[in-house]
Design a binder for this molecule. Structure first.
Ligand SMILES: Cc1cc2nc3c(=O)[nH]c(=O)nc-3n(C[C@H](O)[C@H](O)[C@H](O)COP(=O)(O)O)c2cc1C
Length: 186
């Protein structure tokens, strides 16, 4: 594919808003319009070589969905149920972003992000776009690995004023890495 793909799960629409904002910053020439994983088939994602994936956090660090995480809408869990056993992710480069609420869920801030990233890591994808933990206040997050978040972390509830600057700084980091993949595959 000549463009980046973007996919998200959401329960109440916030992750969709962030995905749309991010895609707008990248532009239609660079990134296709973001799609909700509750309305796509695995092939729709697998055709991209460079992808941005977003998730909210629900449950105790589970993959969001109607099962253990207790969501009402189909989310990543339902999408994964459609995936073949060994999806073809080697050679694909993926950057992740996660939404959470650091005050209310300080004991598991953005923890679902880790579960999502781990799934794709096991499937052989190359993960890019880790993010500093500075500027966030929480007790524990599964998404913090070796002192860095495994992707961009957004708290729309208590740190909405930082959303734009965080997205901009993160895109400066991940956009060339994702574009490099497209050029290499072209
Ligand atoms: C029932 C419920 C459980 C939540 N659990 C967590 C959590 O474990 N960790 C966290 O960081 N945020 C948690 N949140 C906050 C959401 O992840 C956050 O509000 C997110 O922006 C929602 O995104 P969405 O509108 O795309 O669903 C929870 C919110 C609700 C309502």
């Amino acid at each position: 594919m000549t463009r980046i793909g973007m996919f998200f799960g959401t329960e109440t629409g916030t992750t969709r808003l962030i995905a749309k904002k991010m895609q707008k910053k990248l532009g239609d020439e660079v990134c296709d319009k973001p799609l909700n994983v509750n309305r796509i088939a695995p092939e729709d994602m697998l055709r991209y070589d460079a992808v941005i994936l977003g998730t909210p956090s629900y449950g105790i660090g589970e993959i969001p969905g109607k099962g253990a995480a207790g969501c009402f809408e189909p989310n990543w869990e339902e999408f994964f149920a459609l995936m073949p056993d060994q999806p073809d992710f080697p050679g694909k480069r993926i950057a992740f972003f996660g939404l959470g609420a650091q005050e209310r869920y300080a004991d598991r801030f953005c923890s679902s992000l880790f579960a999502l990233v781990d799934k794709f890591r096991v499937w052989g994808a190359e993960i890019v776009g880790d993010w500093p933990v500075d500027g966030y206040t929480y007790e524990h997050s599964a998404a913090e690995v070796d002192g860095r978040f495994v992707g961009l972390v957004i708290d729309q509830r208590t740190q909405g004023m930082y959303i734009d600057q965080r997205i901009d700084a993160w895109l400066v980091q991940v956009k060339p890495l994702l574009l490099e993949k497209l050029t290499a595959e072209a």
